[in-house]
Design a binder for this molecule. Structure first.
Ligand code: PMP
Length: 358
């Protein structure tokens, strides 16, 4: 029996494929299967699909097609950019694909204070700061960079592309991933301003201007392009929908005690991060699953760990609060009715779990 996607509220972890995306991908899984680097008709057709997708992705970024380099996703794009510089400063809020890469390479992983003071020090070649935090949805501002020439800036735009306005002027590089905007998994890109050459991510082929070898995943690239075209077309509609659901959800929580939002005043409408005292986030995820809803506890990427994420730690949230943290990810296929039902179900679970613990 197919699951009801209107009850799936984990859209920050991944989104369902939009049926319009599937329809555009299908011909490239069937008859137009050629290698995009071949010069014959099959190859030319595949190449056309890839280049149209590159244009569509670039348009959503607000850049030009030659600035888009396809990768296997945002993890690869993040790893690539961090491997391309000798010294990088990483904000305290980053996704693990930036944060752990930063730690592994011995880079400057900033704490809150270090981030605030980053501008005046500015001792690194690259600063990496995500646009929208995947755990709370906070829209992050760059720190003041002072008067000397600022280092280059990388922005992980994975939770932002197609969802919040992007300001390309404040980034030299940006990462994105198709599966966060109703496209397929395993495809993403690195935006490189002015297509400045970088050390190749994968050696061994002339694909992606020699910067990322390997036969192109044409159906996935086509799907990414289709997803970006749809996101551009219905940018305001998607945002208004998420905003409406989010507000209705929060309104249903008003009678409940001892909860707080970890969101920012300037937040993505697609993400709500809440903490409830006296309950475990994981237990709430399991309870909601039993009720037929998908939500997550903190970041899905770290949800197998019961430790508070480095992001929640960076907020300075006491552990009695961070333990009870859940993330609700609103999306295109959720309905108002289901958002309200989820809120009612969550409140009733919180109350019965608290009563049991007494
Ligand atoms: N950065 C952010 C902010 C993310 O939310 C994610 C996905 N959770 C990633 C990077 C990794 O993306 P991908 O799944 O495409 O590797």
């Amino acid at each position: 029996m197919p699951l009801d996607r209107s009850r799936y509220f984990d859209n920050a972890a991944t989104t369902p494929l939009d049926p319009r995306v599937v329809a555009e991908m299908l011909p490239y899984l069937e008859e137009d299967f050629g290698n995009a680097n071949s010069i014959h008709e099959w190859g030319r057709r595949a190449r056309e699909g890839v280049e149209l997708a590159r244009e569509r992705v670039a348009k959503l970024f607000g850049g030009s097609p030659d600035e888009i380099f396809f990768t296997s996703g945002a993890t690869e794009a993040n790893n690539w950019i961090l491997s391309s510089f000798k010294s990088v400063a990483v904000s305290p809020f980053e996704h693990s694909s930036v944060w752990e890469a930063g730690i592994a390479k011995g880079f400057d992983v900033l704490d809150n204070e270090g981030y605030r003071l980053y501008g005046p020090r500015q001792s690194t070649d690259l600063l990496s700061v995500m646009v929208v935090c995947n755990e709370s949805g906070a829209i992050l501002e760059l720190p003041e960079v002072g008067e000397t020439t600022p280092s280059r800036v990388h922005r992980d735009a994975t939770q932002a592309l197609g969802k919040v306005p992007l300001n390309l002027a404040d980034m030299d590089y940006a990462s994105a991933s198709a599966h966060k905007l109703y496209g397929p998994k395993g495809i993403g890109c690195l935006y490189v301003r002015d297509a400045r050459p970088l050390p190749p991510m994968l050696f061994g082929g002339e694909q992606e201007s020699g910067m990322r070898g390997g036969t192109l995943n044409v159906p996935a690239i086509v799907g990414f392009g289709a997803a970006c075209a749809i996101a551009l077309d219905q940018f305001e509609e998607d945002r208004a929908h998420a905003q409406e659901l989010r507000q209705a959800f929060v309104a249903k929580l008003q009678g409940t005690s001892d909860w707080k939002s970890n969101c920012h005043d300037n937040n993505s409408p697609f993400i709500l991060c809440l903490s409830f005292l006296g309950v475990q986030g994981e237990t709430l995820v399991v309870e909601m699953d039993a009720a037929g809803f998908a939500i997550s506890s903190g970041s899905a990427c770290s949800s197998h760990s019961s430790e508070p994420s480095h992001f929640l730690e960076s907020l300075g949230l006491p552990s009695r609060w961070s333990r009870g943290t859940v993330r609700i990810g609103f999306g295109r296929f959720n309905t108002l009715d289901q958002a309200e039902r989820l809120a009612t179900s969550l409140v009733s679970s919180v109350e019965s779990l608290r009563a049991l613990a007494k």
